[in-house]
Design a protein. Structure first.
Length: 261
């Protein structure tokens, strides 16, 4: 049994990633959920494998996953796994590489350990609270992650969804960001941690399983990460959602926050 929660998450993500890869580009069976989003047999198999592995190793932890019916008993547990078996299912089903397994442990409302595993790209982002964030490439080479030092909104590389650029969301017009888009919210947070982009934001309510792992990875890389209004994020909550997410280095985070309506 892995000695630490982070080691456990990493081992589980790698094993479950093999299941995801076995269905990738193989036209897995797919259904449409009540909210209009797709779910494939790969999502369910990965979720089942992760739940079996993680809860067997840590039977006292709660469980919160996109693909598992919620059990309020998790709210009474000191620690809780927060999992998205495949974040970016549409990208996964279309054969793109920008999808991820997103795994986290939360304690007292705060994420303490996190893994974002992207097997199609050979990338794994990991972080432990107070231990920094790092990138593992193709299962071997490690490098520390650090956010950029870009301080101004004008020209900053913002990764988000297209709806963010509606005028109603901004004071005095939309800043002159360099605009970028990616399907997986976990991946958006990871590439900000990596310094490939300066900031990420989502103005819609965010499901905890989409962001829990990425929030810690970005924070451990030096980002300030809050909800869209600058409030601290809390995890393993009854509602399972946050009021959006904003992640950037401290100076840029403050600048973007001041420009939001």
């Amino acid at each position: 049994m892995p000695a630490t929660d982070l080691d456990l998450l990493l081992a589980a993500a790698r094993d479950a990633g093999e299941i995801a890869m076995s269905h990738w580009r193989e036209d897995p069976e797919t259904e449409t959920k009540s909210d209009g989003t797709p779910v494939s047999e790969a999502d369910i198999e990965v979720d089942t494998d992760l739940r079996r592995t993680l809860t067997a190793a840590r039977p006292g932890y709660g469980w919160l996953s996109e693909e598992t019916p919620d059990d309020a008993a998790r709210l009474e547990r000191e620690r809780c796994f927060i999992v998205d078996p495949i974040d970016g299912t549409r990208a996964y089903l279309s054969g793109q590489e920008n999808w991820a397994l997103s795994l986290a442990v939360a304690s007292g409302g705060t994420v303490t350990d996190a893994v974002i595993h992207m097997p199609a790209k050979g990338l794994t982002y990991v972080a432990g609270q107070g231990q920094g964030a790092r990138l593992i490439v193709a299962g071997d080479a490690n490098s520390a992650l650090s956010v950029t030092a870009t301080a101004g909104a004008e020209g900053a590389r913002l990764i988000t969804s297209k709806g963010t650029y509606a005028d109603r969301h901004w004071r005095d017009g939309v800043p002159g960001f360099s605009k970028h888009f990616r399907p997986s919210m976990a991946y958006r947070l990871a590439v900000v941690a990596q310094g490939r982009f300066d900031a990420m934001i989502t103005l819609r309510d965010a499901w905890e399983w989409d962001i829990a792992a990425g929030v810690l990875i970005a924070a451990e890389a030096g980002a300030t990460v809050t909800d869209r209004r600058g409030a601290a994020l809390r995890f393993n909550s009854p509602g399972r959602q946050t009021d959006g997410v904003l992640a950037a280095n401290p100076a840029l985070h403050g600048e973007i926050l001041s420009r939001l309506a």
